[in-house]
Design a protein. Structure first.
Ligand code: 13P
Ligand code: SF4
Length: 324
């Protein structure tokens, strides 16, 4: 009888299209250690779609967009949640699991959108526009969420805005997401001026040039891209919606106007689809590595804690979103 392949060989088989064989040995020891640490600590790893393939495919238990991670975080039985993603995602997991240990491997893994607005800004907006509901993107601090009526993600922004049944909403902090949602609804949207430093770099000219060189290309754009990019694209949706599009439509040539690791992660399951770049790297997402995930589980760092007075109000805004 043939011996069963070693677990690491099975894992490599899965990712060999996106991780060169010369790089794989560098990852093996950390992957092995992380899988054992997860068992010892009764921990789950939640990984965003922008994590690199050795994290996304080899150590994560739950993967997805911000909405899926929030939903799954709310239902986990684990003692420890490690968030392989950025700080606001770990805070959201902690809001939904106040009794659990929530870890982020690097406290500096931030987000340009979360940096673009403060709780004081939201209080001033409320004074300036009394009675207008404030819809806050999850890419914000817990303190900003606490000043808001309801949260949204790129996956449910339109549904959240329409659920309020009002003619006008304030949507912050992403100006482009707000304008892209406004274009899809009859609701007037008052926007803030934050931008994602990754998606704001894509241009409509990038798409037109791609269409010249690849006439059959299908262009999928994240709604954090500028509106003229979304207009020029064939489809716009959250990272999960882009992944579902590829799964459903199986385009021959596709470009994902978003963070680079996304194409690698989706490509693993789609050998017949050619993923054409350009893409842009998120420096915050890329702060998370196998080495600091391992260190986080070994040394219980960095634990997320949120002031209970802020947490109570921020949790309500997230829970209102999840109830839709
Ligand atoms: P998604 O919710 O679509 O995964 O987006 C999160 C994000 O940070 C995109 O830049
Ligand atoms: Fe923030 Fe943009 Fe990075 Fe997403 S890709 S975490 S929105 S900076």
């Amino acid at each position: 009888m043939l011996d069963a392949p070693a677990p690491m060989d099975v894992l490599y088989e899965k990712v060999k299209r996106v991780i060169p064989s010369v790089e794989w040995p560098v990852f093996v020891e950390d992957i092995d250690a992380i899988l054992e640490l997860k068992r010892q600590r009764k921990a789950v790893i939640l990984a965003h779609n922008y994590q690199t393939p050795e994290i996304f495919h080899c150590v994560a238990d739950i993967v997805g967009d911000s909405l899926a991670l929030a939903r799954k975080a709310a239902g986990t039985e684990a003692d420890v949640i490690l968030l392989a993603g950025v700080h606001f995602m770990a805070e959201t997991a902690k809001l939904l699991n106040p009794e659990k240990t929530v870890l982020i491997p690097d406290l500096e893994a931030g987000c340009s959108l979360a940096e673009s607005v403060t709780a004081e800004d939201v209080r001033l907006l409320r004074q300036r526009f009394p009675g207008i509901p404030i819809v806050t993107y999850v890419n914000t601090s817990a303190a900003v969420k606490a000043e808001s009526d309801i949260c949204c993600t790129s996956g449910n922004a339109r549904a959240v805005v329409e659920s309020l049944g009002v003619p006008r909403v304030i949507m912050l902090p992403d100006e482009y997401l707000a304008r892209n949602i406004a274009a899809e609804t009859n609701v007037e949207v008052i926007a803030w001026t934050g931008h994602c430093e990754v998606h704001e770099r894509f241009t409509a000219d990038d798409i037109r040039e791609l269409r010249d060189t690849h006439p059959d290309i299908i262009v999928l754009a994240h709604p954090e891209c500028p509106p003229e990019v979304v207009t020029e694209a064939d489809f716009s949706g959250s990272t999960a919606a882009m992944s579902d599009y590829v799964e459903r439509q199986k385009p021959r040539h596709v470009v994902l106007m978003t963070e680079c690791s996304m194409s690698d992660n989706v490509a693993v399951a789609h050998p017949d689809v050619e993923f054409v770049r350009p893409c842009n790297l998120c420096p915050h997402m890329k702060r998370i590595t196998l080495a600091n995930i391992r260190a986080a589980l070994e040394e219980n760092r960095h634990e997320i804690s949120i002031d209970p007075r802020i947490a109570r109000r921020a949790r309500s805004a997230v829970e209102r979103m999840l109830a839709i």
